[in-house]
Design a protein around this ligand. Sequence first.
Ligand code: ASP
Length: 305
Amino acid sequence: MYSIAIHGGAGTIRKNNINPEEEGLYYEGLRIAIEAGVQVLRSGKNALDAVEAAVMALEDNPLFNAGCGSVFNSDGIHEMEASLMWGKNLNAGAVCALRNVKNPVQLARLVMEKSNHLFLNGKGAEDFARENDLVFEEDSYFFTTKRYDQLLETKKTGHIQLDHAAGKYFGTVGAVALDSAGNLAAATSTGGLTNKSYGRIGDTPLIGAGTYANNNTCAVSCTGDGEFFIRGVAAYDISCLLEYRNMSLQDACNLVLLDKMKKLGGEGGAIAVDKTGNVAMVFNSEGMYRGFCREGAEPVLAIFK
Ligand code: ASP
């Protein structure tokens, strides 16, 4: 039985600060992404293909903070990052400080499958993408007025993250899946934080922090305050609770997100699927763009608590 879950970021997402038209567009974006993943699983391809397809659909949607909708850093440019992990053999690939690559998650997969390394950054990653004929886009492809306005606003306050009176918005995207052969995979992709320093690396490309998958336990993709998710080694922590404490997926996610990360001060959430296809989608913020689908059932999408 296959199972897939996706997220499009967590944060202060309330019914009263998102208009109905926008809400509809977010649901549509989530629906397209989950369907992209489900189609792959239904066709008999594996969980890695499914999480890659779902994340690519979100990277191609300017509403989300990844790929074409990536936020601007303090220099007014985009530095993207992504990672993915294959639970069957604990193989993984990651990229960061990436410019102009249309789909960073694709590059993370290429690094895993075709390089001798696990993690490439900046020019090395881009050159590797070119050698492998990945699609590049001009800066204008990554320009969205909404993100640029957020940068200007954020610069005024001197903060790193966009701190509205209402709170924080993330927007990183991720997917986790179990395929019918029992393999688990996870992928996460982001533009990071608005007004982040150039060279800053968050949790998203770090295996164990933002992304983790192990066929013996679960697959996890996180979103939120990257620095805290790194310190909490959040994704691996969830897997460890299953592996060493025999916890259920839901209990493990609750413990890490609602207790440990909260006490540490890290706002955000995680999606996870375990080896039997259970799905958990837990966040300590007001909302998280999210959805899941299990074989034989309709997709379930949600934004608010
Ligand atoms: N975790 C990401 C970062 O810190 C942000 C996000 O989840 O949107 O870069």
